[in-house]
Design a protein around this ligand. Structure first.
Ligand SMILES: NC(=O)C1=CN([C@@H]2O[C@H](COP(=O)(O)OP(=O)(O)OC[C@H]3O[C@@H](n4cnc5c(N)ncnc54)[C@H](OP(=O)(O)O)[C@@H]3O)[C@@H](O)[C@H]2O)C=CC1
Ligand SMILES: O=C(O)[C@@H]1CCC=N1
Length: 274
């Protein structure tokens, strides 16, 4: 199968990660186009990946099999309305925007039924270590599902969802998830410094521990709870720390935080889908 021609609308961080992943997989530069109003973004992406870029979104659409909508949720409606007349009926639409439903995209893209895949990737896509949840509407063909999966798996793991609503949960767990780990890294570094370590040492200890723990959790044949038990000696230092976390309501706090993210994703869909 020849690789599809892909147009990126919006050439910011997530688009740059996806384009980098595609290029690393051997997709030809001339199979990819991108548009963005920012001259700087266009120059950067075109210099890094050798692709053609455009200031007018409609110019990126020429011959596209797949159009990736990679703009912020707040401008999505205007972008879709502007593109609708220009889109071929067979084009696959892939949206990575948080809180924008397939129904809203369909409404903004005009009366013609559209094949739409809604995705939620995350920023480790930059290092091809991302993970995405994908939902396809009823118009998406098997071949188009394969095209969307190829696109997202160029930057990490791609997981299909049976219900669109689950995208809110994916957003809460993995879309926003990198920020939670960064928050923990910030807090552990600060706590290490408070305990007397030089900041750079506290940062290095924290980062290497995060990396080692993530790799163990990914590569081990036992689950995270068992790995935690193996670190926790009876009446030892880890037990003291875990008890302090739990006394502070750690698990409930994590649940509350993820509920807030999922709720905000659904709320964005409600507010921006009008
Ligand atoms: N960042 C993240 O962790 C994740 C983001 N997402 C989603 O990905 C999408 C893109 O996010 P991200 O890459 O981080 O954002 P960026 O701001 O980096 O990229 C968006 C780009 O779109 C450009 N843009 C603005 N208006 C238009 C327009 N009318 N037509 C074309 N391009 C336009 C912006 O230019 P300018 O900056 O000049 O406005 C910017 O370069 C969002 O919808 C977000 O919800 C999904 C998962 C994770
Ligand atoms: O914070 C946000 O809204 C976006 C979506 C997931 C990660 N960043």
């Amino acid at each position: 199968m020849t690789s599809p021609r892909i147009a990126f609308i919006g050439a910011g961080n997530m688009a740059a990660s996806l384009i980098g992943g595609l290029r690393a997989q051997g997709v030809a530069a001339d199979a990819i186009r991108a548009s963005d109003p920012g001259a700087e973004q266009r120059a950067r992406i075109s210099a890094e990946h050798g692709i053609q870029t455009f200031a007018d979104n409609r110019d990126a659409l020429t011959n596209a099999d797949v159009v990736v909508l990679a703009v912020k949720p707040q401008v999505m409606q205007a972008v879709c309305r502007d593109l609708s007349a220009q889109l071929a009926p067979t084009t696959l639409i892939v949206s990575i925007a948080a809180g924008i439903t397939c129904d809203s995209l369909q409404r903004w893209l005009g009366p013609q039924p559209r094949a739409i895949v809604r995705c939620m990737p995350n920023t480790p896509a930059l290092l091809r270590q991302g993970v995405s949840g994908l939902f396809a509407n009823a118009q998406v063909s098997t071949m188009q599902k394969h095209q969307a999966e190829q696109l997202l798996s160029a930057v990490g793991v791609a997981l299909w969802l049976d219900e669109e609503q689950l995208i809110d949960a994916v957003t809460a767990v993995s879309g926003s998830g990198p920020a939670y780990f960064f928050l923990l890294i910030e807090a552990m570094t600060a706590a290490g410094e408070q305990l007397g370590l030089p900041r750079a040492t506290a940062a290095q200890l924290t980062l290497q521990t995060a990396l080692g723990a993530a790799r163990m959790a990914c590569e081990s044949d036992v689950d995270a709870a068992e790995l935690r038990r193996r670190v926790t000696s009876p009446n030892g230092t880890t037990e003291a720390a875990i008890k302090a976390f739990q006394a502070g309501g750690f698990e409930q706090l994590v649940q509350q935080a993820l509920n807030a993210a999922a709720h905000r994703s659904a709320e964005l869909a409600e507010q921006l889908g009008q």
